[in-house]
Design a protein. Structure first.
Length: 210
C-alpha cells in the first residue's frame, strides 16, 4: 500500500510524497499553492494514488518529470497519461533506455517553470547516464532521484552506471550546494545538506579525497 506524506514549507511550493513498491520508491507531487500548477516526479507505482491526489488538490498538471529511466521510478507513467494528457520529461541521456514515449528531452541547465519559481535541471550522471536532479533556488530544495540519498549514494554497478561519473557529479555539482538546501531523494527520507555532510559516508569519502 502506498504511503502519503505531507511536506509543508513556508513558500508557495507544496510537496507531497507517495511511497510505493517493495523497495519503497519515492514519487512526488509538487504544486504552486497560488495558481495550482504542478508536476509529478518519478511515479514508479500506484498510479491511482497520484491521480487521486492531483484531482483532490485540483492541480493543473504541467507534466511528469523523470529523474532517470529505472522502472521503480517510471512504472506508473503510462497509466497516469491514459487518464491525464500531459508531457513526459526525461534527460536525453536516458531516452534510449526508457521503454515509452518522451515528449521533452531535458538538458543540463534547462528551467521548468512552476508558479513564482522554477526548477533547474542539473545533469548528475553516475546512477544512469541521464540522471538528473531538480533544484529550486527559491524554496532551497532539490529532488535528487537515485543520485544521492540522506545517508548514501545511488548504485553505479547497473547497466549504464559509472562510478567515475558519480564522483564527478558529487564533486562538481552536489558538493556546491549550501547546507540549508533540503534534498528529496528517490528512496528514504529528506535531509538537509548539513545532515548529508555529517552522515552520508559515501559522500564524505568522495569530497574528502578531492
Amino acid at each position: 500500500m502506498a504511503k502519503f506524506y505531507n511536506i509543508e514549507r513556508e513558500n508557495s511550493m507544496k510537496i507531497k510524497r507517495i511511497v510505493g513498491g517493495n523497495i519503497e520508491s519515492n514519487g512526488y507531487v509538487l504544486y504552486d499553492k497560488i495558481d495550482g500548477a504542478g508536476y509529478i516526479i518519478d511515479p514508479g507505482y500506484n498510479p491511482e494514488k497520484f491521480l487521486k491526489l492531483v484531482s483532490e488538490l485540483n492541480i493543473k498538471l504541467l507534466g511528469i518529470i523523470l529523474t532517470h529511466h529505472h522502472y521503480d521510478h517510471v512504472g506508473a507513467v503510462d497509466k497516469i497519461r491514459a487518464t491525464i494528457d500531459c508531457k513526459v520529461y526525461l534527460h536525453w541521456g536516458d531516452v534510449d533506455m526508457y521503454k515509452s514515449n518522451v515528449d521533452v528531452m531535458l538538458s543540463d541547465g534547462d528551467l521548468l517553470n512552476l508558479g513564482e519559481e522554477s526548477l533547474l535541471v542539473i545533469h548528475t550522471p553516475g546512477h544512469t547516464r541521464g540522471s538528473i536532479c531538480l533544484f529550486s533556488e527559491k524554496s532551497k530544495v532539490a529532488f535528487t532521484g537515485d543520485t544521492i540519498f540522506n545517508v548514501d549514494l545511488g548504485r553505479t554497478d547497473l547497466l549504464d552506471g559509472s562510478q567515475d561519473d558519480m564522483k564527478r557529479s558529487i564533486i562538481e555539482k552536489i558538493n556546491l550546494w549550501e547546507n540549508e538546501i533540503t534534498i528529496y531523494p528517490g528512496h528514504g527520507d529528506s535531509a538537509t545538506m548539513k545532515y548529508v555532510r555529517k552522515n552520508n559516508k559515501e559522500f564524505i569519502d568522495i569530497v574528502e579525497h578531492i
